[in-house]
Design a protein around this ligand. Structure first.
Ligand SMILES: *Cc1c(COP(=O)(O)O)cnc(C)c1O
Length: 216
């Protein structure tokens, strides 16, 4: 699907939800996509991209940054603490803050570097064992802990279980965000971003619907 089509669908979902135009940010998830496809989307003027692996991002984005201004890169996948420093020079946002040890490492690096990417706390709304994220019951305390560390927490992120109705998870994430006074909601992917927008998503992470099937 073309970038224009996705943009039009986002705008329509904003209107349907009675939300201001432009209130949803499109994070184009370019992981495992050939560079030619990513370059096409950059040439169309899009600047906000998502990657799920630090290594992969480090291999392709410095070159794109030489060719295109204003790239806004978001890490949407798990982050190991030993790769955290690398993230500071590469990403403008992290959507996967999911444990106290990582929060402490980010706080220390933010002190040393004098800046910090925007942060989203990942919540494991489906309480799935194999999935990263703080459990819903621990979310309030963890948000508090991140704030006590002076981390710039922008909002929450979730990846609903594949076999479940995503709406329940979007609603739960929105509720946790609201009671903690957080405005950012990173939720919704290729198959359900319009639904996520109706539940208040501020950031949708759309990959295959823009770029096509992933390779590699
Ligand atoms: C890959 C990925 C996406 C994009 O998924 P699509 O179904 O291709 O839109 C979104 N969020 C995360 C965390 C991902 O890893």
């Amino acid at each position: 699907m073309s970038l224009d089509t996705i943009r039009a669908r986002i705008a329509e979902a904003e209107r349907d939800a009675g939300r201001p135009e432009g209130s949803v940010r499109l994070v184009a998830v370019s992981k495992k996509q050939p560079n030619e496809r990513v370059a096409v989307v950059l040439e169309e003027g899009h600047r906000c991209f998502g990657e799920n692996r630090v290594q992969e991002a480090a291999g392709k984005w410095p070159e794109f940054r030489e060719r295109f201004d204003g790239i806004d890169l978001h890490l949407v996948g798990p982050l190991q603490t030993n790769k955290a420093r690398q993230v500071f020079g590469l990403f403008q946002a992290i959507h996967s803050v999911d444990r106290p040890k990582l929060a402490k490492t980010l706080a220390r690096l933010a002190q040393e570097e004098g800046h910090c990417p925007e942060l989203f706390i990942q919540v494991n709304t489906g309480e799935e064992e194999q999935k990263a994220g703080i459990l819903p019951g621990d979310a309030d305390a963890f948000i508090e802990e991140c704030r006590a560390l002076d981390l710039p927490v922008q909002g929450l992120m979730c990846i609903p279980p594949v076999e479940e109705e995503a709406s329940l998870h979007f609603a739960l994430l929105a509720k946790i965000a609201e009671r903690n006074g957080l405005s950012g909601l990173s939720m919704g992917m290729s198959g359900d971003f319009e639904k996520a927008i109706s539940f208040g998503a501020t950031h949708v992470r759309v990959g295959s619907a823009i770029f096509g099937e992933r390779t590699g």
